[in-house]
Design a protein around this ligand. Structure first.
Ligand code: PLP
Ligand code: COI
Length: 352
């Protein structure tokens, strides 16, 4: 299949200009990108070309109606220099679930996987190996068709761009439990990785940041009584020795890290509950000392422990616990991702 991808390689790599010791998250981009256009009712010839700006008509529908979805995944390199992906087919399937909701045509799974693998082989040197770093992969598709009519585009561009990255959060993570604004609603697009879902979070998150929090914890749009998820990660709460997370719904992203954490936690003998969690239960647990841990789970965030949360002008600090679930689960999942442990679930995919 890879024979049918047109490859137009760079003339000179930019890799020597990159400080791999100070990567940050998603700030530098590797030499190549994968790209495929949709027109005349079908996906056209896929290509790999030098990473570069793209030109769009001012009336392209992405600008006006936000018809766009994306994915987030990572490539790792093990001690033998082998390139590894983590559950990539899940991302491939999810971008098409998101696309369907936004009336965007599905992208063929085999072209996605072949394009991604070819791109990674070409930009293998860009996969960082320092502790906690990886090559963040951003597949995305957006409406390039023109016209101000509020209807689906007839042309799209699918791109995979990659970025050597370190940790998503630079320091402590304090979260604000939101009761006024909503991220998603029943029947809406919350389960999809639609660009607009993130744009809608920026303003409430700016307000939270001004108060000293890094992320908002969204509650259900109807009653604001139940914890849903954070801006870029699913949320886990440990009360005594039970790990709890909200069930997914059409308001919550079905996170790949979330479902992996649930599997690993069960295998580790941790008592797990997937159920609705009331904000009042969290606050009561914080007050009576049974709240032991909170953490976010996501591709970019990996497992990010939460140090404290704010609710109704009150701050609650999480205790520092010995044998934290977050540390155990982070080690277990990253050991699988970086090929430091057996992968009994078959999640790792070798790129050859
Ligand atoms: N929730 C939201 C809103 C996200 O953007 C993400 C990131 O992808 C997640 C949860 C975590 O999902 P995953 O573990 O598949 O990356
Ligand atoms: C990811 O974890 O890959 C995401 O897509 C989150 C993103 C908004 C940084």
């Amino acid at each position: 299949m890879s024979a049918s991808i047109t490859i137009n390689p760079i003339e000179k790599t930019r890799i020597n200009s990159v400080d791999f010791n100070n990567l940050g998250f998603g700030q530098v981009f590797s030499d190549h990108m994968f790209m495929c256009n949709y027109k005349d009712g079908k996906w056209q010839q896929p290509q790999i070309l030098p990473y570069q700006p793209i030109t769009l008509d001012p009336s392209a529908k992405i600008f006006h109606y936000g018809q766009s979805v994306f994915e987030g995944m990572k490539a790792y390199k093990d001690a033998d220099d082998t390139i590894l992906l983590f559950r990539p087919l899940d991302n491939c399937k999810r971008i098409n679930i998101s696309a369907e909701r936004l009336a965007i045509p599905a992208f063929p799974e085999d072209v996605f996987m072949d394009g991604l693998k070819e791109l990674l082989k070409l930009d293998k040197k860009w996969i960082p190996t320092s502790n906690g770093s990886s090559l963040y992969i951003r597949p995305f598709v957006f409406a390039t068709g023109t016209g101000f009519h509020a209807s689906p585009s007839d042309e799209y561009t699918f791109i995979i761009a990659t970025s050597p990255s370190g940790a998503y959060f630079a320091g402590d993570v304090k979260v604000l439990i939101e009761e006024k604004y909503s991220r998603s609603a029943n029947g809406g697009v919350g389960f999809a990785k639609a660009g607009g879902n993130y744009a809608g979070q920026f303003y409430p998150t700016q307000l939270a940041k001004a108060k000293g929090y890094q992320q908002v914890i969204w509650t259900d749009d109807n009653s604001h009584e139940f914890i849903e998820e954070a801006g870029a990660m699913n949320i886990f709460i440990r009360i005594n020795d039970t790990l709890i997370t909200a069930p997914t719904s059409d308001r919550i992203l079905d996170g790949i890290t979330r479902k992996s954490v649930l599997k690993i936690a069960e295998a580790e003998g941790i008592q797990v509950e997937v159920r609705k969690i009331k904000v009042s239960e969290l606050v009561d647990a914080a007050k009576n000392g049974s709240l032991k841990e909170m953490f976010g789970a996501g591709t970019a965030a990996v497992i990010s422990p939460i140090q404290g949360f704010g609710f109704r002008e009150q701050d609650y600090t999480l205790p520092i616990v010995k044998n934290s679930f977050a540390t155990l689960l982070k080690n277990k999942i990253t050991d699988i991702q970086y090929n430091r442990a057996e992968d009994k679930y078959g999640w790792r995919v070798v790129v050859k």
